[in-house]
Every structure is written in structure tokens, then in C-alpha cells.
Design a protein. Structure first.
Length: 365
């Protein structure tokens, strides 16, 4: 009888901080006792999230320069395809799992070349219009070739239902890692802190949050912003001209995010669009009273408006100010939202979600 473990290969751009990177790390740590795990990254990078020492990480390239033409993009992706295919052969990988569009495409093609099954996981909103045409075309051509497509929400499923066979589509939400969930401490006293977590880019609308915070005029509260990104200097300037240097802080990347989830009094999320918001899910699991834009996709599948948080229209600063003021002034409501948020997010615990992943994986190998 052959008791040798099957080997899973995850494919992703890097293992830096981010939602997809956290999910891959969580899945790998949970699955390592049943499977051998190899994480194939496009570029070499120190893992931001902790990984079990049995997990092997292999990079295709030391560094990658951003392509400036379609020809450079094709060349780069052919090199990455060869790199992933080589790892599949040398590591004798049984199934490949891609995360995020470019990795999904490379993973699917590499799996076909090596005659092994593939699972791809779409983490972004496929309806956004600023995706390069090359990737939209490749997604259209390659995604149907994968054996399974993992989506996070019913909303995203509607986009793909006419493009991919229904028996290939599986809805699986993000798991909350045990590393993080075990650090929830209900005894920590909540402070007068408004917290937001996310990449500092235009999509996350941190400027809206800063302006709303200024409009609330609550002198005994502070706003903490966790994340890095291209809008950092713009946000610093906004904080300065708004005379908010003492009450608004940009914290950059944070390893011990649980400390902020445990101690902050309110969580705000103002994205224009999402695939499925990890930070929002984590904050609610920690019992944070939450205000989120009702963007596509994800928040409305976690938040029941007025019961465990507030949903507001995208880009509505006036409503954000109104809801912020309500939560700041009403401790009893914050306690209610906190209790209900914990209950609503129990279904996202890693044990529950990983078991469903195992069922999908075992159906293919």
C-alpha cells in the first residue's frame, strides 16, 4: 500500500503582505500534515506571514522588472511558465493551485503542459475596468481550461456563470488563520481609536476616511491607518494640510495586527471595489464595530446592515461621517455590533473553510 503524501503546488506572485498571500499561508499551514506543500512564487521574497518549516518555497526569478510593452509581458510570462513547469517536474507536484489572475493563467497552462489537475482562485473583482486588455483576454481564454475555479462570493459567480461550466465553480470564502484567530483577546479594553487596514491606493479611499474623520470633529478619538502603497505621500500631505498630525497616523506594514484589532474601538473600510475583504473579515472576527462601503464584492455578504455593522454607499463621505458619529457617541451600539460581528464570522474559521478546500482538492487527485 502506497502511503506517500500527495504534493500540492501553490502559485502566486510573491509572499509579501496581502490578502491572497495570507490565505495561501493559512491553507499551506493547515494542509501540511496531510499533503506535501510547495509554494512557487514568481519573484523571491521573504514570507510576510509565518509558514510551517516543512513548507518549501521556490522562486522562479530573483527580481522582476515591470514590462513596458506587450512583447515584454509575453516574454516574461513565458519565462514564468517555464519556471513553474520546471518546478512541477522536479518536485513531482500532483496538483497546482493558482492565486490571482496572472498566477492563475500561468498555473493553468503549466498544469496542462505537465498533465496534472489545476485549481485557480480568483481574488479580485473581475468587473473592474482597469485590468490590462492582455490579462482580460488571457483570463477569457485560459480560465475555462482549469479543473476548478474557486470564487469567494455569489456576486463574482454571476460574472463567471456564462463563461465557465457551473460544475467547475466552487464558492469558498477566505479562512481566518489560526495564527490570527488565536490572538483574539476579549479582555483588552477598547480605546478611542478608529482603525482602517489596507493598501494605500486610490481604490481603498483613505482620503475619504481622513476627510470624514475630520468632519466628525471628535477630539478624543484617533485614526490609525495600516498599510503601504503609492498614495502614502498624498495621504501624508492631506493629513498635514488638515492639521491632523496629532490624531491621524500612518503605521505602514504591521506584523502584530492583532494588537490593533483587539484594542481599537471602530473599524472603517471605504473601498470602491473588492474581491473579498480580508481585513474587514478579520476586524469583525475580533469583534470590531464596523462601517464599510457596500461595494462589489464581499462586504454585504458579511455585514447585515444595522445588526453587526453599517453598510454605506461607495464614496459617500456624509454618510460615513454620520455613521462614525453614531458609533462614537453610542457605546451600547458598539457592544451590540461587536457581539454580533463575532457570531457572524465564526463560519470563516480556518477549520471550516480548509475542510471545504480539502474536499475540492481530493476530488481531483
Amino acid at each position: 500500500m502506497n502511503n506517500k503524501k500527495k504534493k500540492i503546488g501553490f502559485v502566486i506572485g510573491s509572499l509579501s503582505s496581502g490578502g491572497a498571500e495570507r490565505v495561501i499561508s493559512t491553507l499551506s499551514n493547515e494542509l501540511i500534515n496531510k499533503y506535501d506543500i510547495v509554494i512557487i512564487t514568481f519573484v523571491k521574497d521573504d514570507p510576510f506571514y509565518s509558514l510551517n518549516e516543512k513548507i518549501k518555497v521556490i522562486a522562479c526569478k530573483e527580481t522582476i522588472s515591470t514590462p513596458t510593452s506587450i512583447f515584454q509581458s509575453l516574454r516574461l510570462n513565458l519565462e514564468l511558465l517555464k519556471g513553474v513547469s520546471k518546478v512541477i517536474k522536479t518536485e513531482k507536484i500532483d496538483i497546482i493551485i493558482g492565486f490571482i489572475t496572472s498566477a492563475n493563467i500561468v498555473a493553468t497552462l503549466a498544469a496542462k503542459l505537465n498533465k496534472i489537475p489545476s485549481i485557480i482562485s480568483e481574488r479580485n473583482n473581475p468587473m473592474i475596468t482597469d485590468v490590462p486588455k492582455f490579462w482580460v483576454l488571457m483570463r477569457h481564454l485560459v480560465y475555462p481550461k482549469a479543473d476548478k475555479l474557486i470564487l469567494q462570493t455569489e456576486g463574482v459567480k454571476k460574472f463567471y456563470k456564462d463563461r465557465i461550466k457551473s460544475n467547475k465553480i466552487v464558492i469558498l470564502p477566505n479562512p481566518i488563520s489560526k495564527d490570527l484567530s488565536s490572538l483574539r483577546d476579549d479582555k483588552v479594553k477598547k480605546e478611542n481609536i478608529i482603525l482602517t487596514v489596507g493598501r494605500l491606493d486610490k481604490n481603498k479611499c483613505h482620503d475619504l476616511i481622513i476627510n470624514a474623520f475630520k468632519g466628525v470633529k471628535s477630539n478624543d478619538w484617533k485614526l490609525l491607518i495600516v498599510g503601504v502603497g503609492p498614495m502614502e505621500n498624498n495621504l501624508k500631505e492631506l493629513i498635514k494640510i488638515s492639521n491632523l498630525q496629532d490624531s491621524v497616523k500612518l503605521l505602514g506594514k504591521v506584523k502584530d495586527i492583532h494588537k490593533y484589532y483587539n484594542s481599537a474601538g471602530v473599524f472603517v473600510f471605504a473601498s470602491r471595489t473588492e474581491g473579498f475583504p480580508n481585513a474587514l473579515l478579520e476586524a469583525m472576527y475580533f469583534g470590531m464595530p464596523t462601517i464599510s462601503t457596500d461595494c462589489n464584492f464581499g462586504p454585504s455578504e458579511i455585514i447585515e446592515n444595522g445588526k453587526n455593522g453599517y453598510l454605506i454607499p461607495v464614496g459617500d463621505q456624509e454618510m460615513l461621517e454620520k455613521r462614525l458619529k453614531t458609533l462614537i457617541d453610542n457605546e451600547q451600539l458598539r457592544v451590540k455590533f461587536s457581539k454580533n460581528a463575532k457570531l457572524a464570522t465564526e463560519r470563516f474559521h480556518s477549520d471550516t473553510v480548509v475542510k471545504k478546500w480539502e474536499e475540492v482538492i481530493s476530488s481531483l487527485i
